[in-house]
Design a protein around this ligand. Sequence first.
Ligand code: GDP
Ligand code: MG
Length: 153
Amino acid sequence: MKGNITFTILKPDAVKNQNIGNILADINAGGFRIVGMKYTRLRREEAEAFYGIHRERPFFKDLVDFMTSGPIVVAVLEKENAVEEFRTLIGNTDPQKADEGTIRAKYAKSIDANAVHGSDSDENARLESSFFFAQSELFTEEGGVQISYPQQV
Ligand code: GDP
Ligand code: MG
């Protein structure tokens, strides 16, 4: 069964361009509930860890530079089949290729400054959520904390 949780970042360009409200409105209009949210800024080591899977890619330094360039909004979202549904809502990584009406088509300028992050699997949604949120900071529909994180070692 598909999970009902995903994780997103409104990236520094979205914050700088005053699009927090617009993007959150699109997220709610897309049927997602906000389970957890905070305004923060990544330190370099944090951005490197969060994007560790891309460490060997040629754009890794640019990605870390960009993600640490200003404040961000991080949020955990809830909807049935959340991971796939959210990736549809945000559109292609490259905003030039993103379908009309998607968040990246509407608010992103380039492949690096592409407005939003969205988890790519249920497992990564949990991992990425746990990177920023304690279980006590997450509130699912019933008001209880229901995301069970993998055991930390
Ligand atoms: P996503 O899952 O759609 O966000 O895309 P990826 O997981 O493939 O890449 C992670 C992030 O790295 C993207 O959202 C972009 O911000 C950035 N990125 C991906 N490809 C490139 C690239 O070719 N150049 C640069 N500068 N950044 C990139
Ligand atoms: Mg990705």
